[in-house]
Design a protein around this ligand. Structure first.
Ligand code: ATP
Ligand code: MG
Length: 394
């Protein structure tokens, strides 16, 4: 057991002292077996949410609570602790109608999506593997727990999760699982965009996204990705993503939309289909606009600003290093570094309003293009000239 697990052992023991069972489960167990670095440790127990709250003062209400998940703050970290559960019938291709709690670990593990995600480990490091997960882990196989068709019919998001894990771990999806995914793909139409976004982002930042994307294209599963109708050149899916590894969403998304030849209005529309954050959307659009320039001037470098790192990591360009160096050498990197303030402009009688903005932009442009020194006296003189010119135009 790694340190992350060791830190949480007292939490497990605390549950056991109160007569409950408790295990480590899910992705953290899988990743530690694969010697991949791991973030958060998930715990499963037969204690019900109310029982957990009774024995942990730091147990918090949590959005997942009706599904049995409680957030417990313990020894400096937050842990998601979930009650053993059996999912009821699935009627909407995504959520069980009911969940019932159980005292049986195997029942809980059997509702989990893939064999490699259905392990439990106790505080002594003893592994509970009821579905052959260890074998699949060894053979680099993604395989559902139970019948693939049934499991995908219950929750279609699992189809995307299969491709996500296949990309992340560079594993192969077992044939039956793959075929069932293709068969049940229509149900993906019912899945919320936010859930698809989260899995697809993880797919893009995985070890082998192009393999998964190609397979998804071949099976027509890409048709169920938001905005798919806007991509008329699926060559993006054949891009070799490997070699320029990164885990940052913005880099992977920029790379993906860049190779999809999504530009301008279409790019905007496409990103809106994914309901992504405005921050991420802006980063992607800025990066794609920047990459679209054949000749890059200092103004372009200033406009992209620190997001230049995203653009240059997403796509390799022959002038990569030169652009980086030129960016570093810009006279200013922020508007605030301009050696003139609104107060200075007011003092020389320039009223706030559109002209004010125009003059500032003009000064900024000239400083960035090194046509003007970034010195207060120089800038004030230029502002005066500008003002009299603009004044006569007006
Ligand atoms: P990550 O490293 O991305 O967190 P993970 O395996 O922990 O990977 P999560 O989405 O955090 O994935 O889910 C935690 C665990 O819950 C999974 O390992 C799996 O056992 C179970 N699980 C999650 N989503 C589903 C689902 N849609 N259907 C069945 N089981 C699921
Ligand atoms: Mg997880």
């Amino acid at each position: 057991l790694t340190n992350e697990f060791k830190q949480a052992i007292p939490l497990l023991l605390h549950l056991k002292e109160h007569g409950f069972q408790a295990y480590f489960v899910g992705g953290s167990v899988r990743d530690v077996l694969l010697h991949r670095s791991k973030h958060d440790v998930d715990i499963t127990t037969d204690a019900k949410p109310n029982e957990m709250k009774a024995i942990f003062k730091t147990a918090n209400h949590y959005s997942g609570e009706k599904h049995g998940t409680v957030l417990i703050f313990f020894a400096g970290s937050n842990y998601e602790v979930t009650t053993f559960r059996i999912d009821g019938q699935y009627l909407d291709n995504r959520h069980p109608e009911t969940v019932s709690f159980t005292k049986n670990l195997q029942d809980d593990l059997s509702r989990r999506d893939f064999t490699i995600n259905a392990f439990a480990v106790n505080e002594e490091g003893e592994l509970f593997d009821y579905f052959g997960g260890l074998n699949d882990l060894k053979n680099h196989i993604i395989k559902t727990v139970g019948q693939a068709e049934t499991r995908f019919s219950e929750d279609a998001l699992r189809i995307l999760r299969a491709f996500r894990f296949s990309s992340q771990l560079n594993f192969e999806i077992e044939e039956k699982t793959l075929l069932a995914g293709a068969k049940i793909k229509n149900n993906l139409a019912d899945i919320a965009v936010e859930r698809i976004f989260s899995e697809f982002s993880k797919l893009l930042s995985g070890d082998n996204p192009s393999k998964s994307l190609k397979q998804m294209l071949l099976l027509g599963i890409t048709d169920y990705l938001p905005g798919h109708q806007l991509i008329n050149d699926p060559s993006a899916l054949f891009t070799d993503f490997t070699g320029i590894q990164s885990t940052i969403d913005a880099i992977n998304w920029t790379r993906f939309v860049w190779f999809s030849h999504l530009r301008g209005e279409k790019l905007n529309q496409y990103l809106d289909c994914w309901k992504m954050s405005n921050h991420l959307k802006t980063q992607i659009i800025k990066s794609v606009n920047f990459l679209s320039k054949k000749a890059v001037d200092n103004l372009d470098l200033f406009t992209i600003g620190s997001d230049i790192a995203i653009a240059l990591s997403a796509v390799s360009r022959p002038d990569q290093n030169e652009l980086k160096q030129r960016y570093e050498k810009l006279v200013i990197h922020e508007v605030s570094e301009l050696q003139i303030t609104g107060f200075d402009l007011k003092k020389i009688g320039i009223p706030s309003g559109p002209i004010f903005g125009k003059i500032i932009r003009n000064l900024r442009k000239k400083v960035i293009l090194e046509q003007l020194a970034n010195q207060k006296t120089v800038l004030i003189q230029e502002a005066k000239n500008d003002f009299s010119n603009l004044g006569t135009i007006k």
